[in-house]
Design a protein around this ligand. Structure first.
Ligand code: DGL
Length: 266
């Protein structure tokens, strides 16, 4: 029997990166209610230790539990790479990892893949582990792009300075002749337009955003677990662990909506 489960879905990221995933989720699941949390206080996660990332993310999961969420989408790839395995140990709800859905998507297409990610994600080799466990013929190269998150959080995505930085990282991948470049950090899709402009004219390189595959996986999992909300159109509430007004400006920039952001003390 189909039930109407209108409890919210928690969506988590260290900052504004996960808004790129939220957009995909809202498009695919218009009837669901979402609670988006940005851990702005501890951003960036990419240069934190594994213990810190597990601790920060666990605190947010404990807070989500108080909010009675029915599922959590761990949009943040750094948290997915480092903390997902430990978070699911005693979780009261399903927690979806951001990396497995795109690895599953590419299982039948052997590719020469580049992965742009944070330092911690790159060091963890989790993208390599998941992609190769589905298809051993992939060739993968992952490189850390530590300068990207500060640029994006400062909304510097179309300046000459930022294009020089982005070109430098892009060249590293172009030199390695990859076919597909994956945004291994939720922040990086904000740079897609710039990256496309910086590509040489004869390049066939394509960009892939794991957020799309994660949203599809979320929909499928809700269906399988009979957790869908089939009622009225859903709503989204936004929270930040620091400076909610500043985060509201970032939401305006990313989603073009004016909204209230609450402070969460997790
Ligand atoms: N946006 C996050 C990710 O997907 C992490 C960015 C950061 O806080 O360093 O990995």
């Amino acid at each position: 029997m189909k039930i109407n489960d209108n409890r919210p879905i928690g969506v988590f990221d260290s900052g504004m990166g996960g808004l790129t995933v939220l957009k995909e989720l809202q498009a695919i699941l218009p009837h669901e209610n979402f609670i988006y949390v940005a851990d702005s206080l501890n951003l960036p996660y990419g240069d934190k230790t594994e213990d810190q990332i597990i601790q920060f993310t666990q605190r947010i999961m404990d807070w989500f539990k108080q909010q009675d969420v029915k599922m959590v989408v761990l949009a943040c790839h750094t948290s997915s790479a480092i903390a997902h395995a430990s978070l699911i140990q005693n979780a009261a709800f399903p927690i979806l990892c951001s990396i497995t859905p795109i690895a599953e998507h590419f299982k039948n297409q052997s590719r020469h893949i580049g992965i742009m990610a944070t330092q911690r994600t790159t060091q963890s080799k989790v993208f390599e582990k998941y992609f190769l466990s589905h298809n051993n013929d992939h060739k993968l190269v992952s490189l850390a792009c530590p300068e990207f998150v500060p640029l994006i959080e400062a909304q510097q995505i179309d300046t000459i300075e930022s294009s020089l930085i982005v070109q430098r990282y892009l060249n590293e991948f172009l030199d390695r002749n990859i076919e597909t470049l994956i945004f291994g950090c939720t922040h990086y899709p904000y740079l897609k337009k710039m990256l496309e402009k910086l590509l040489p004219e004869n390049s066939f390189l394509t960009f892939e955003d794991p957020g799309f595959y994660l949203a599809l996986k979320t929909s499928k999992t809700l269906e399988e677990l009979n957790l869908k909300n089939n009622g009225l159109n859903g709503a989204t509430k936004f929270y930040s662990t620091h400076a909610p007004d500043i985060f509201a400006e970032k939401i305006k920039f990313a989603l073009d909506i004016k909204t209230n952001v609450n402070l969460v003390k997790a």
